[in-house]
Design a protein around this ligand. Structure first.
Ligand SMILES: [Zn+2]
Length: 252
């Protein structure tokens, strides 16, 4: 593009103003997009998902531990029943009068005594298993309570996030529409240069000159490059370029 092509913009200073307007829309769009991805509710939901994942993992472990205890309880119950039955059977024989040998009677009595002790040991073990199971049930219950609370909180966050996102998206649509209209008024070649500068200069392609400083890099602009000294630092399109950061520099 030759200076003649843009003379109507440059001579009136309108092109610079248009670039600043475009920059305002772009900055607003960038800020809204940043707000969209850093929404506190989104971050909180991410953390919450991590906790829910941890709870699910722990709950699975607890279910496996509970199942293992129940299996042991069943085994213990079977052993208790067998022991009690053996003892009853032995006592029945012992007191039936069928066994007359004192030695045999003594041996049977000793075995009955052992069976009583074994049944008691097994019952103690059953009681311990019941206590272990109760402790696990309590832990499992706590996890379920926490999960329910997280679920309620998560629903609230999702609802709040949806509302905020809808608001941001509506602002973004309005900003993009304004940006499109502003971009249409700028010659294509300059727009491409602006976009290229913007992408390499942290989102700012055009900056205002404020009190002798470029508002893009915040550095003082040498007097030689100020508008009064133009066209020393004016490019081919009749636009000022900041000597420090290379952004379009627009004086008010
Ligand atoms: Zn600058």
């Amino acid at each position: 593009m030759t200076p003649a092509d843009t003379s109507s913009y440059a001579s009136s200073g309108n092109l610079g103003m248009m670039l600043l307007e475009l920059q305002r829309h772009d900055s607003e769009i960038d800020a809204l997009e940043y707000k969209r991805v850093t929404l506190p509710e989104r971050v909180a939901l991410g953390n919450m998902r991590d906790r829910i994942h941890e709870i699910s993992r722990r709950a699975k472990e607890l279910r496996a531990e509970k199942d293992a205890i129940r299996i042991k309880q069943d085994e213990m119950e079977t052993q208790v029943n067998i022991t009690v039955e053996r003892k009853k059977s032995l006592e029945k024989k012992l007191y039936s009068g069928e066994v007359l040998s004192a030695r045999d009677l003594e041996a049977m009595d000793a075995e009955a005594h052992n069976l009583t002790n074994r049944a008691e040991d097994l019952q103690d073990r059953q009681f311990e298993l019941m206590e272990d199971l109760e402790a696990l049930e309590a832990k499992y219950g706590d996890l379920e309570d926490e999960l329910n609370q997280l679920s309620t909180k998560s629903d609230q966050l999702v609802s709040a996030a949806k509302s905020k996102l809808s608001d941001i998206d509506s602002q973004l649509r309005a900003c993009r529409s304004l940006r499109k209209a502003a971009a249409r008024r700028i010659p294509k070649a300059i727009l491409q240069r602006y976009d290229a500068i913007r992408s390499r200069a942290g989102g700012t392609g055009a900056a205002a000159l404020v009190e002798g400083k470029c508002s893009g890099c915040h550095l003082a602009v040498s007097p030689a490059s100020l508008p009064s000294a133009l066209p020393l630092f004016t490019d081919d399109d009749g636009l000022n370029i900041c000597e420090n950061c290379g952004r379009f520099l627009v004086s008010g």
